[in-house]
Write a protein that binds this ligand. Sequence first.
Ligand code: BDR
Ligand code: CA
Length: 314
Amino acid sequence: PVKLIIDTDPGVDDAFAISLAALSEDVELLGVTSVFGNVGLEATTRNALRVLELCGRSDVPVAAGAARPLVHPQPARAGHVHGSDGLSGRSAALPEPRREIEPGGAIGLFVSLLEAADEPVTIAPIGPLTNIAVLLAAYPRLKEKIGRIVLMGGGVNRGNSTSAAEFNIWSDPEAARRVLVEEDVPCVMVPLDLTHQCAVDTAWLAKLAAASPIGAALDALTPDYLASYRRSLGWDGIVLHDAVAVAEAISPGILRTEPHPVEVDCSFGPGRGATLVDQRRPEMRGEGEGAVAPSTVQVAVATDVDGLGEFVLG
Ligand code: BDR
Ligand code: CA
């Protein structure tokens, strides 16, 4: 099984993604770390504990990470999308967690799990990349323990927080640039362009709800999230962004990827937080002799959408 650590800001789609990994037989879920994002850190941490409890996985350690971005003083919020508590105002309906958070915090948990690992570990960041940037900056020797980073974030031709930027990248562009551009660690980026292709409708949610009590509990977390898609896209369904990325973490190759140089806009202008995916052919990039090789990211571009929907249904 894939050894996996999820870094998350639950978040309705995060809750689906955590459950997917927590219930999969193909995964050894080593730990879950929380980060500010959709809502504040206290709520994202509590939500992560609750979702694991729902899945009967109070054996999985949870640790709290960053409460704000590296540079910008104000954390972003998406309570208007995910509800005031991050789970459509329904988080209290989930079981009370029995497990306490780890005292050493997210970085402490990453360090102990990676040090102990005898096989490469996959990290699936599905929130702002602050914790991951700090980990790579502070513990470069642990990079060799990381098999791949499979992250949900960015866009090739679309944004959601702004016309240019996707929420996870926009929430901490400097951290995202550190991970995607500056550090030589293998990254798979699952952008909005692909997650939107994998949107699920209310019939799919009804099927999930009918399949098991856990499915029903997840479906019960979706009303505010559904309402926000209805408002913004005029459509009766939701995009389970983070579950698409975690599917790839669990089942390598379920998404088709292409290698592209990626840059992150860290300016304070209108492009802040945009991912610039260079789709030009190498000979068009003017990479003559002596040029610095750009960092290459595997960008997820396509999948068998129906197959993926079935995979997430379990
Ligand atoms: C990403 O932003 C968050 O709102 C979701 O949980 C997902 O990780 C989509 O842009
Ligand atoms: Ca998320």
